[in-house]
Write a protein that binds this ligand. Structure first.
Ligand SMILES: Cc1cc2nc3c(=O)[nH]c(=O)nc-3n(C[C@H](O)[C@H](O)[C@H](O)COP(=O)(O)OP(=O)(O)OC[C@H]3O[C@@H](n4cnc5c(N)ncnc54)[C@H](O)[C@@H]3O)c2cc1C
Length: 427
């Protein structure tokens, strides 16, 4: 069999985007996924505003817009019963148009991106499980696996991209995951809810022991609700019962979901953040969750997947053109990804720690409420369209600390309190 230029393992956002960016360079690409699409995936399902530009470049945005997706206006954050903070996405440039984030069920989003890959000439093979790499002289020479009939196959390629997600083959086969020391196992439980009232299109984050939820409308009368908790609290409990009980234990969530009920069985996934060592194998690149995973609190995995797919496809294109595939030559990809996202990883870890500390978390929320400009900087960074330095810098920290400790700072001074009713205009 003539080798493809690139074999991509995984048809999620990372794999399908990699395949599209490669195919747009005129390369021959085969993509394999063990699932049949449309398939579901536990996810908050809101996508950073910055992803719009990448989806447009991939030729998918129009198709998503044609499906009349929900567009979220910003973020609603409530923690430990503190008065909520509501922040609209600030414009990217002063005087620019308002920004928004897509909120699309993964069953729909992933299938649309994969279809676009097909239309770009990618050979997509569903229900094809990749079981190992073909290795030659310390480099990947393709993959082996099983087709839907259970028959073994070999798929040779000049370069392999593993976009198999958090339990991808590379991580398991080469022991690449850097296990975060002393971290609790986090579990995410998710379901779409139906039958409630309409509410304003925000991403509603509630921090409320024993964890946090992300709630966002995903369609008419449909709301996605993800609960993230320390896995230990789930031990011995029925997941469905635990999920519904815990979600509704918070008054603000009860209000939001009044009259609604899960329309499907709750799905669970391990949701611990981790980082990954680049593989010391030639001709192999890791993209998306296969290359590391941020705590889902900031909901950025899809943008990170699409953006890293683009960087990886550029590196792959260069390697294929120059026939230089050593781990060193391919390192440019992981270095560039690291440079672009290092501060975002720092921010994600800081927020992950912050929400576990009720007293500090409350003070930070009050400070952000009192200083809308600070809150907007943070939200623009989380939305991936402001440079990370705007929120991960000594300057931001000083402004925040000042707002937290400014003399005469009282609850009455909170600038955003007046916004609260606007969150529920249709309620
Ligand atoms: C609780 C939670 C909430 C989240 N919320 C958000 C959010 O609101 N917004 C956001 O942007 N991100 C969010 N994320 C992150 C986001 O879901 C991921 O970053 C994103 O799905 C990564 O895409 P991917 O393509 O790398 O992996 P995946 O989407 O997991 O796709 C991997 C694909 O590879 C296939 N595969 C795996 N192994 C093999 C194999 N051996 N052979 C063949 N196929 C294989 C799988 O079938 C799958 O289709 C959340 C994550 C979690 C856990």
């Amino acid at each position: 069999m003539k080798p493809a230029d690139v074999v991509v393992v995984g048809g999620g956002p990372a794999g399908a985007a990699s395949a599209i960016f490669l195919a747009l360079q005129g390369l021959s690409v085969t993509l394999l996924d063990r699932a049949r699409f449309p398939r579901d995936k536990v996810c908050g399902e809101f996508i950073s505003p910055a992803a719009d530009a990448l989806l447009a470049e991939m030729g998918v945005l129009e198709r998503i817009e044609a499906a009349a997706p929900v567009r979220l206006k910003g973020i609603f954050l409530s923690a430990y019963n503190e008065r909520p903070l509501v922040v609209d996405y600030p414009p990217q440039f002063p005087g620019g148009p308002p920004m928004s984030s897509l909120s699309v069920p993964r069953r729909v989003l992933d299938a649309l991106i994969l279809q676009r890959a097909r239309d770009c000439g990618v050979k997509v093979l569903e229900e094809h499980a990749v079981t190992d790499f073909m290795l030659r002289d310390g480099a990947a020479a393709g993959v082996t696996g099983r087709d839907p009939a259970g028959t073994s196959f070999e798929m040779p390629a000049r370069l392999v991209i593993d976009a198999g997600g958090r339990n991808c083959l590379s991580i398991r086969r080469f022991g690449l995951r850097k296990q975060p020391a002393g971290k609790k196992v986090k579990i995410a439980l998710a379901a779409h809810w139906h039958g409630g009232r309409d509410f304003a299109p925000y991403c509603y984050m509630h921090v409320h022991p024993p964890g946090y939820t992300g709630i966002a409308p995903t369609g008419p009368g449909e709301v996605n609700t993800v609960l993230v908790v320390d896995g230990a609290v789930l031990k011995g409990r029925d997941p469905q019962e635990f999920y519904v009980e815990t979600v509704l234990a918070c008054a603000s969530r009860r209000e939001l979901l009044a009259g609604a009920a899960p329309m499907e069985k709750v799905r669970t996934v391990d949701s611990l953040a981790y980082s990954v060592r680049p593989p010391a194998i030639g001709r192999l690149l890791l993209v998306g969750d296969a290359m590391g995973f941020m705590d889902p609190f900031t909901g950025e995995g899809i943008y990170l997947s699409l953006r890293s797919a683009k960087i990886a496809a550029e590196a792959a294109g260069r390697a294929l053109a120059g026939a230089e595939f050593s781990p060193r030559a391919l390192m440019g990809y992981s270095e560039k990804r690291e440079r672009e996202f290092r501060l975002k990883f720092v921010l994600s870890r800081a927020l992950e720690r912050l929400i576990e500390r009720p007293a500090v978390c409350r003070r930070v929320i009050r400070a952000l409420a009192a200083r809308p400009a600070l809150a907007e900087d943070l939200v623009g960074v989380i939305g991936d369209y402001f440079p990370a330095e705007k929120a991960v810098s000594a300057r931001f920290l000083v402004r925040l600390l000042w707002a937290m400790g400014a003399p005469g700072f009282t609850a009455e001074k909170r600038g955003r309190d007046g916004n609260l009713p606007a969150v529920f205009p249709e309620g």
